[in-house]
Design a protein around this ligand. Structure first.
Ligand code: G3H
Ligand code: 13P
Ligand code: ZN
Length: 311
């Protein structure tokens, strides 16, 4: 089976009240852990590559690894550019075999965001590739850019119809209180999402797939293992799983997860070296790292996204 588009995945997810997991990939072990989990749960997948991942691992290596995963699993997998920031980057991924791209113009003015997104949509659609746009701005860390809380802004539901009509995007990322990275809420702060905004967006765009970025739950088990084995992560707080499940039952069809993968992998490696400090063969510590990714992704597919059995 070749790489698939997100179009059919989103149509089914919207109707079925579940979401597709969009997991960030950077190397072979991460791709194997995610796709082995999805195979066992018979779940559709979006594997996404940031510009940082592309710089780290090289476009061709990542595409070939994902193709290998499709060959091994037979699953419907879409390959997506995460947070594309220029037309040229999106074009390069479209020309290089991706089936979906995000153009993130959220830091531009409304008008400039529309113009940039429209330019990407015209090229992408001419090549059969789907496009995700973004309106509103998440706080947190993204590819070494730190968006402060004061620069973050919720999506304005009054703008979404005009944005979708004028750009022609296939899905829309919105800001309702999630943020990138492991420190989403301050210590003592009660995690909250603006479901009222999501409801308003859903009313203005009936049947249209919405995307949630910054949706890691920062699972305490992994943070505790990291800190028990020499790590220093202060008060890491993520999005509660029940809130993600609620979003998935609404218009949210794609939920982005990266930080939780990083934590699961790092927890396994720290624990391994604490127990076996004499080891130096990467296979010895990357095997438990890959196993932790698999365990985490199975949990997400079944208990958070609800997309198990939907491949
Ligand atoms: O939203 C950002 C993703 O977590 C990707 O992070 O740019 O460090 O690869 P990265
Ligand atoms: P997290 O940092 O919450 O995993 O978000 C990842 C993301 O939004 C990738 O685009
Ligand atoms: Zn993101």
């Amino acid at each position: 089976m070749p790489l698939v588009s997100t179009k059919e995945m989103f149509e089914k997810a919207y109707k079925g009240g579940y979401a597709i997991g969009a997991f960030n990939v950077n190397n072979m072990e991460i791709i194997q852990g995610i796709t082995e989990a999805a195979k066992e749960e018979n779940a559709p997948l979006i594997l996404q590559v940031s510009s940082g991942a592309r710089k780290y691992a090289n476009h061709t290596y990542l595409v070939k690894l994902v193709e290998a995963a499709i060959q091994e699993t037979g699953l419907p997998i879409a390959l997506h550019l995460d947070h594309g920031d220029t037309f040229e980057l999106c074009k390069s991924c479209i020309d290089g075999g991706f089936t979906s791209v995000m153009i993130d113009g959220s830091h531009h003015s409304f008008e400039d965001n529309i113009a940039l997104t429209r330019q990407v949509v015209e090229y992408a659609h001419a090549h059969g590739v789907a496009v995700e746009g973004e309106l509103g701005r998440l706080a947190g860390i993204e590819d070494a850019v730190n968006v402060s809380d004061k620069d973050a802004s919720y999506t304005d539901p009054d703008q979404v119809q005009e944005f979708v009509e004028k750009t022609g995007v296939d899905s829309l990322a919105i800001a309702i209180g999630t943020s990138h990275g492991a420190y989403k809420f301050k210590p003592g702060q009660k995690p909250q999402l603006r479901f009222d905004i999501l409801e308003e967006v859903e009313k203005r765009l009936p049947g249209f797939p919405i995307v949630l970025h910054g949706a890691s739950s920062v699972i305490p088990k992994y943070v505790d293992i990291i800190n028990a084995n020499g790590g220093r992560m202060p008060d890491a707080i993520g999005i509660p799983e029940d809130m993600l499940r609620k979003a998935a039952s609404m218009a949210v069809c794609k939920i982005n997860i990266d930080s939780d993968l990083r934590l699961a992998m790092t927890a396994a490696i720290r624990e391994h070296f604490a127990q076996c400090p004499e080891h130096f063969d990467p296979r010895q510590y990357l095997s438990p790292a890959r196993a932790n990714i698999k365990e985490l992704v199975k949990h997400k597919l079944v208990n958070v996204l609800g997309c198990n059995g939907k491949a």
